[in-house]
Design a protein around this ligand. Structure first.
Ligand SMILES: Cc1ncc(COP(=O)(O)O)c(C=O)c1O
Length: 366
């Protein structure tokens, strides 16, 4: 399946890359890892950030690699050369760099770090599509592979995912992996199972966050549940015109919508000015998906979240540190940091009244 030839403007670097399609970001990430395993002849360790949605970890496990969870930059919450370097070894097969919440990660610096090694770089552009790297190239243009996904809750609506790459030698192993994924429909049973997985993740994550369940107890539950939900990772691309049209329309309006999101994020940052919460600055190239604030303590974060929810405001606590759910013996700074994170909405589902609410709730808190 191909998208129309002009689905990206010809001067966009992504238009020059090869691509394959899948039904989910997790599916194309898994396909990239399958291709790496097939071509490199080994399935070693994959370094990924500790703060990311669990489907990234699930795809690594489904492809038979060993996850190495890495610490992140304390402000922008992404991998950096400093957090990746200590984990690199002969066993490393790949590094997955995630532009989390739309804060652009130093993926070009990481590419330079890996230059001359056999370690493959995968750029997870799901949450920052429409953004730019310091070189001026678009997010999604770096790495051996880069992927984006489409979903009503993401930057581009519709359903599916694109995996970009340059070296044509990947095409055969990628298509071989994707040919095993046949179904694009989601049955009612799948949808309920997805909800059950989401509930389990949030249930365990929140219990950890609140300190009512130690990681040593939560992790065995999470780990034993993971394989049960694995079939949910695999979806083929829905190439019916209605889906393709929504994706193309979303892509055409992306840069305009990114500007609106970024300006809302800056408005929230200003609303917190002078208050003791860490609000990352929105940097050139960022494409904010959820503006994420760090409160001074979990208790203050909780009070803020409840104040917003009581007024019907959208707010969440993503992400729970994966090492606590998966490798509790590991000690990373994210264990404490993630408890204080609060995600605020900046997309089309909110308006100025939400921004006012976010500000009033902040001022009432401190
Ligand atoms: C950063 C990131 N990477 C990968 C994925 C997986 O994408 P999908 O849900 O399309 O499988 C998600 C999904 O939320 C994500 O947020």
């Amino acid at each position: 399946m191909r998208l129309p030839q002009n689905f990206l403007p010809a001067d966009n670097l992504l238009a020059k890359r090869q691509y394959v399609l899948g039904g989910r970001g997790a599916t194309v990430l898994w396909a990239a890892l399958e291709a790496i395993g097939a071509r490199d002849g080994k399935r070693g360790e994959v370094i990924l950030p500790d703060i990311v949605c669990s489907s990234v970890l699930e795809a690594v496990l489904a492809a038979g690699f060993i996850p190495r969870l890495a610490d992140v930059d304390p402000e922008r919450l992404c991998l950096t050369p400093q957090t990746v370097k200590p984990l690199l070894s002969e066993q490393t097969s790949a590094v997955i760099v995630v532009h989390i919440f739309g804060y652009v990660a130093p993926v070009e610096e990481l590419a330079r770090l890996l230059d001359g090694t056999r370690v493959r770089l995968i750029e997870d552009a799901v949450q920052a599509i429409g953004g730019f790297l310091p070189s001026g190239n678009p997010v999604g243009s770096c790495g051996d592979f880069a992927f984006v996904s489409f979903d009503p809750s993401k930057m581009i609506r519709g359903r599916g995912a694109i995996l970009f790459y340059d070296d044509e030698a990947w095409t055969e192993p990628l298509l071989a992996a994707l040919s095993k994924v046949e179904r694009f429909e989601e049955s009612s049973a799948d949808r309920l199972l997805s909800l059950s997985w989401r509930d389990l993740y949030h249930g365990l994550g929140q219990a950890l966050r609140q300190g009512v369940m130690p990681a040593e107890e939560a992790a065995p539950v999470f780990r034993s549940a993971l394989p049960r939900y694995r079939p949910l990772l695999f979806r083929s691309f829905d190439n019916r015109p209605a889906n393709v049209d929504i994706i193309l329309q979303g892509w055409r309006t992306l840069s305009q919508r990114v500007q609106v999101r970024n300006s809302r994020a800056i408005a929230i940052q200003k609303a917190f000015a002078g208050l003791s919460a860490l609000c990352p600055s929105v940097q050139n190239g960022d494409a904010i998906w959820r503006y994420t604030v760090q409160f001074p303590s979990r208790e203050v974060a909780d009070r803020y979240v409840l104040a917003l929810r009581d007024q019907g405001g959208l707010v969440s606590h993503l992400y729970y540190p994966l090492h606590q759910l998966f490798q509790p013996e590991q000690k990373l700074s994210t264990g404490e940091l993630a408890r204080r994170l609060v995600n605020l909405w900046v997309d089309e589902s909110v308006d100025d009244s939400y921004l006012r609410l976010a500000q009033t709730a902040a001022q009432a808190l401190f």
